[in-house]
Design a protein around this ligand. Structure first.
Ligand code: FPP
Length: 240
């Protein structure tokens, strides 16, 4: 980018960490942190769009999160259930398109149904593209993509020649994020410096921004700081 140009990333990915610690600091159950965290999600969607971000992807539930205590898993699923239902209206109001990435086939039937309804209801919306990673793991996504491709080959839907020619953009069509550009910026809250199996393929060239702020306290000002940081980076994509 040229010196002096201020660029807002087209796609921002977020690992919303620290809900449990935020609640603990207030002597409240961890689940209260998730409730507050989901309110932050709604505010950040509006702020991000107003700031010029076109795609926002948040990590709501990983393939590893099933190992958490049952009541916490239940609360998270209930929050997501409520979110999918309420969002049919809010997405219309905000002109937001919502898509879920991750293996939804492992979720309760009613939640799967709500997801399909919301995706269908919001698919023509032209404002913010909001992706929720749910039962999502980066390795799992790549493995499912490889299996899809292999089964097409086995069914004879792809010739050996086409397979040999298959390039990275072609392979991206098998990922959950097909049609969605790769994030330029990853934000992780709460001071942890890990990727935790998030968007492993898509984040290959992203800038990483880590903050000690706990997710329920994250706000427009913090998002602005992350974008300011992004603007100080010199993105070379392997060049010099
Ligand atoms: C990590 O914090 C957070 C999660 C595993 C869940 C994120 C979910 C939400 C913010 C709510 C629902 C989302 C939507 C899209 C409505 P943690 O519990 O691991 O925090 P800790 O590290 O302090 O324990």
């Amino acid at each position: 980018m040229n010196e002096g140009d201020y660029v807002v990333p087209q796609h921002v990915a977020i690992i919303m960490d620290g809900n449990g610690r935020w609640a603990k600091k207030r002597k409240m159950p961890r689940t209260y942190g998730h409730v507050q965290g989901s309110k932050t999600v709604e505010k950040i969607c509006e702020d991000a769009y107003k700031m010029g971000i076109r795609y926002l992807t948040v990590y709501a539930f990983s393939t590893e999160n099933w190992k958490r205590p049952k009541d916490e898993v239940h609360t998270l699923m209930d929050l997501l259930r409520d979110y999918m239902k309420d969002c049919v209206k809010t997405s219309k109001k905000n002109n937001m398109r919502v898509r879920i990435i991750g293996d939804i086939s492992k979720l309760d039937q009613d939640l799967q149904e709500s997801i399909r309804t919301l995706e269908e209801a919001s698919k023509e919306n032209t404002g913010l593209n909001f992706q929720v990673a749910l039962n999502y793991g980066g390795r799992d996504e790549i493995l499912r993509a490889a299996k899809k491709l292999a089964s097409e080959c086995m069914r004879g839907e792809m010739t050996a020649g086409t397979l040999a020619q298959l390039d990275e953009p072609d392979f991206e069509n098998y990922l959950d994020t097909r049609g969605i550009p790769a994030p330029e910026l990853l934000i992780r809250t709460s001071g942890e410096l890990r990727l935790s199996n998030y968007m492993l393929w898509q984040l290959a060239y992203a800038e990483f921004y880590f903050t000690d702020v706990l997710w329920p306290d994250f706000n427009k000002k913090e998002l602005q700081k992350a974008i300011d940081y992004y603007n100080k980076r010199d993105r070379r994509f392997g060049g010099i």
